[in-house]
Design a protein around this ligand. Structure first.
Ligand SMILES: NC(=O)c1ccc[n+]([C@@H]2O[C@H](COP(=O)([O-])OP(=O)(O)OC[C@H]3O[C@@H](n4cnc5c(N)ncnc54)[C@H](OP(=O)(O)O)[C@@H]3O)[C@@H](O)[C@H]2O)c1
Length: 324
């Protein structure tokens, strides 16, 4: 029997049920994993609450590291005992063991710990595509990064700085602001106290930033729009405070012929080649010290509800993992 967390109805953290299940043998193309660490992500709360929909009942979690225990028919390139990780689902990472398609897995280099891999596959690959593919960040550009001390923020900020950008971060507390600065933010705006757009204008001599990376959504949407330079890029990639509001395209003209995109990791890692490129970039960023994987919170898998409460009440910093 193997512990797994199930969602049978949508709601608050209390809907997470710990159950024991018997796993079938891995099917064609699948690998059975024993998870060693599971990444906690804000997107998990969207699926739990029903903000993003999957047919009920369903598992939760899209990111984990573990050890290969068994190979299904037709699997090649992996062996029992390999250390592997994944960050693009499918739902079900909140489990002690699982069967998962080999096509989703990458091998973890010796230099990267299981916890670091579990913490970085989804968040690190997100930072990678946002900075290299959604927009290719150039030296001298100025970026506004919301929730700079969060999980994705803690990977994105130092990487952006290494690419030569000036990074203005936002953070929800003085403690988080200190962490965001330590990670590489040149400036930090306390966005629960300060007006973001006027602070950005002050910090940029009135010009505005080249790109906004906004994962907060509803609460930051207006300030993000007003922080961009003419023809700047609004990257809306999350909804931690609720979904960004619908808007008329002419708003982008009024605010300075802006560009707007709403990207998601799945569309940047859809092919094996894209997934390998993203994972290799993340592991190389760790090996060269661009990203320092820092797991700052840990919970036993059974206490996933407590982890969700902490994440949603803005108590976490950096990355968090669940331990089976
Ligand atoms: N599109 C993609 O491909 C993709 C991939 C990965 C993640 N994401 C998104 O990126 C965001 C960050 O994900 P994460 O897992 O790394 O989470 P996280 O940043 O560790 O946690 C979310 C942070 O958002 C901030 N926040 C602002 N308003 C909030 C509110 N009303 N409620 C809760 N938090 C609020 C908090 O930081 P402060 O206290 O500093 O404000 C909080 O710590 C999420 O929106 C997620 O959906 C998108």
């Amino acid at each position: 029997m193997s512990l797994t967390i199930r969602v049978t109805r949508h709601g608050g953290p209390e809907v997470l049920e710990a159950v024991d299940e018997t796993l079938p043998a891995p099917a064609d193309g699948e690998i059975r994993l024993r998870h060693t660490a599971i990444g906690l992500n804000f997107i998990d709360t969207y699926f739990r609450a029903g903000v993003y929909q999957a047919p009920l009942p369903h598992g939760l979690g899209q990111e984990a590291a573990g050890v290969v225990e068994a190979l299904g028919p037709g699997v090649s390139g992996f062996a029992v005992g390999d250390r592997v990780a994944y960050g693009t689902g499918p739902l079900g990472a909140y489990s002690a063991h699982r069967n998962v398609a080999a096509s989703r897995l990458v091998k973890v280099p010796d230099a990267v710990s299981d916890e670091a891999a579990a913490a970085l596959m989804l968040k690190g690959m997100t930072a990678y595509y946002l900075l290299h593919l959604t927009h290719r960040v150039l030296p001298g550009e100025t970026l506004l990064v919301h929730a700079a001390a969060g999980g994705v923020g803690s990977a994105l900020v130092p990487w952006a700085q290494r690419l030569g950008a000036r990074v203005i971060g936002t953070a929800g507390s003085a403690g988080k602001a200190a962490q965001a600065r330590a990670a590489g933010c040149d400036e930090v705006i306390l966005y629960r106290e300060q007006d973001v757009a006027s602070e950005v204008r002050r910090l940029t001599g009135g010009r505005g930033v080249d790109v906004v990376y906004d994962s907060v959504g509803k609460d930051t949407f207006a300030g993000s729009l007003d922080s961009l330079r003419p023809r700047g890029l609004f990257v809306s990639f999350g909804n931690a405070s609720g979904k960004a509001p619908p808007f008329e395209p002419v708003l982008l003209a009024d605010k300075g012929s802006l560009f707007f995109t709403r990207p998601t990791l799945a569309h940047y890692t859809a092919t094996r080649a894209e997934l390998d490129a993203a994972a290799e970039a993340v592991f190389a960023a760790v090996a060269t010290g661009i990203i320092e994987p820092q797991v700052r919170q840990r919970w036993p898998l059974r206490e996933a509800a407590a982890a969700h409460r902490a994440l949603e009440s803005r108590q976490t910093q950096g990355a968090s993992v669940l331990l089976p």
